[in-house]
Design a protein around this ligand. Structure first.
Ligand SMILES: [Zn+2]
Length: 295
């Protein structure tokens, strides 16, 4: 199955971002950018490390083709940045690789393994024909805060920044190459989705990512970027947090806050119309019960 991707305006497909380090970038689909995430991989001396495995069958095919265009080495390790379907459903294609993720990410995948594909098919019927026969793989290695993978001379630092996009996010940082794979801790030119996380926690996570020395940042959605674009997304989160806090204090409903929120150029981002209200609602939930939504 192929989607018309002509309406995207950023370079998609395979990008070499450092020696042996690649990003695989997708454009938009029939539901805006929703479900069309990015992935990456690092070619080691003996095996390939894959970062996220994408959503539908044709996406998996495209990604594997991209890997095979640069190396015939086996994929030995898969790092999953979080449990959302558009980042995990291709994992079975890399078996018998080991699969690493944060403890909470694994818990979500284990809990949803029998239902997550069907739920996505129901939610996104236009993607359903491309979601046939996908067995969900539950990762076998988990970590709490951080771990390092040593691929020859290269180090991949995998770390969890606390509650942000979800409660099980992981980013992958290559300090020598100054490359950062963020998973959905970074949506570039696409409205970030905070429906399962914490906007405030996410703001702190962005500050942590910005403290790293980076040249290239591969977001979970949208085009490859740098720290300036990540800082921009941090400003969006701050705007939503503060705007929602003020609206909440004035007794406005989330819908009223949504109608009044001054977004400026952020309104041009993809999917804002669908996600802004969810993001505001998430802040409202945290203000009503502060204990369960912050790091
Ligand atoms: Zn996500």
């Amino acid at each position: 199955m192929r989607f018309d991707r002509d309406f995207t305006h950023w370079p998609i497909g395979l990008h070499k971002v450092a020696e042996d380090v690649y990003a695989y970038v997708q454009g938009n689909g029939p539901y805006g950018n929703a479900g069309f995430s990015n992935a990456g991989f690092v070619v080691g001396p003996e095996y390939v490390v894959v970062i996220d495995t994408l959503g539908t069958n044709s996406m998996h095919d495209g990604f594997i083709q991209a890997i095979r265009s640069v190396t015939s080495l086996p994929v030995g390790l898969v790092i999953i940045t979080h449990h959302h379907v558009d980042h995990v459903l291709g994992t079975h294609r890399f078996m018998p690789a080991r699969v690493i993720c944060h403890r909470q990410c694994r818990a979500h995948i284990a809990a949803g393994r029998d239902t997550m594909v069907q739920r996505w098919r129901n939610m996104r019927p236009l993607l359903a024909p491309d979601l046939e026969e996908i067995p969900v793989v539950v990762p076998d290695i988990t970590f709490e805060d951080r771990l390092s993978i040593h691929l020859g001379e290269r180090e991949l630092q995998v770390f969890h920044p606390g509650l942000a996009h979800t409660d099980g996010d992981a980013a992958v940082y290559l300090p020598q190459e100054r490359v950062l794979f963020t998973g959905d801790l970074f949506f570039n030119q696409v409205c970030p989705a905070a429906f399962q996380g914490s906007v405030k926690g996410w703001m702190a996570a962005v500050q942590g990512l910005l403290a790293l020395d980076t040249e290239v940042i591969v977001p979970g959605h949208g085009p490859i970027a740098d720290a300036a674009a990540l800082r921009d997304m941090g400003r969006y989160l701050q705007l939503i947090q503060e705007g929602s806090e003020q609206a909440f204090a004035r007794g406005l409903s989330p819908e009223e806050a949504f109608a009044q929120m001054e977004l400026g150029s952020f309104r041009q981002w993809f999917d804002t119309e669908h996600r802004l209200l969810q993001d505001i609602q998430r802040v409202y939930e945290s203000l009503k019960s502060p204990t369960d939504s912050q790091t």
